[in-house]
Design a protein. Structure first.
Length: 241
């Protein structure tokens, strides 16, 4: 089978599984996602490696690994408190890897610009949401160890928001928008997931959770493989890690 054919098959399988996964929570039994979700990321990564393998860095694969571990563990969180704690730890390192992806790109350029009012507003809104959700979660959860993990997750989330704002204000190109919206889609995905898990079981929130979930993952992939415009020149080089 030719490489082009394999890529088309992998991409088609990814799209079909994402559509079925999204519809499962609305039209069918939400428990069906357990049998669908674990296959989506590995199939897409197979497509990504065949398409843009040379541009995928070690740090990106770390992000993918922690993102995938978090999503797998969160499927079974009701069965074990230990699994849920492990999922939150995986989420922490997923955010940390994403911060490193953005920071290394920022560090490579000597451009200095101030964040715009819009990006600062998004960051402030994000921080307010996080503080509110964190306060409510800690009040509702009696697990001391989990509360400590959630506090660290909130801190790393703020750093991710700051990195996304700095990146967008520094470059303002298509690649920067991929990182900005990918990072905040991931953040709001976790916010909606927390609300839907502990407080409001609503089909709209669940749908937003699913939409932001793979939307953020795909935007970060586009960020990694896109060229960066620096001082009117395209820079298609990627950090080594």
């Amino acid at each position: 089978m030719k490489k082009t054919t394999i890529k088309r098959v992998l991409l088609s399988l990814t799209i079909i599984l994402v559509v079925v996964y999204y519809c499962a929570g609305i039209l069918f039994d939400p428990s069906l996602v357990i049998f669908i979700k674990p296959f989506i990321i590995p199939i897409f990564i197979g497509y990504a490696v065949l398409t843009n393998g040379k541009q995928l860095t070690l740090n990106y694969f770390l992000f993918v690994s922690f993102f995938y571990a978090y999503q797998l563990l969160i499927l079974f969180w009701e069965d074990s408190a230990h699994l849920f704690r492990a999922a939150m730890v995986a989420s922490f390192f997923c955010y940390l890897s994403l911060i490193r992806l953005g920071y290394r790109s920022i560090k490579r350029s000597k451009l200095y610009t101030l964040p715009s009012g819009f990006t600062l507003f998004i960051l402030l809104l994000n921080c307010m949401f996080l503080l509110l959700i964190l306060y409510i979660l800690i009040s509702a959860i009696g697990d001391q160890y989990l509360n400590i993990i959630l506090v660290f997750n909130a801190i790393i989330t703020v750093f991710l928001g700051v990195t996304a704002v700095l990146y967008l204000s520094k470059f303002g190109d298509r690649k920067a928008y991929y990182f900005f919206f990918g990072a905040f889609a991931l953040i709001f995905n976790d916010v909606f997931a927390a609300i839907g898990t502990y407080f409001v079981h609503n089909i709209v929130l669940n749908s937003l959770d699913r939409l932001l979930h793979f939307g953020s993952f795909y935007l970060i992939y586009l960020f990694v493989v896109s060229k960066k415009k620096v001082e009117n020149h395209l820079d298609d080089s990627q950090p080594s890690v």
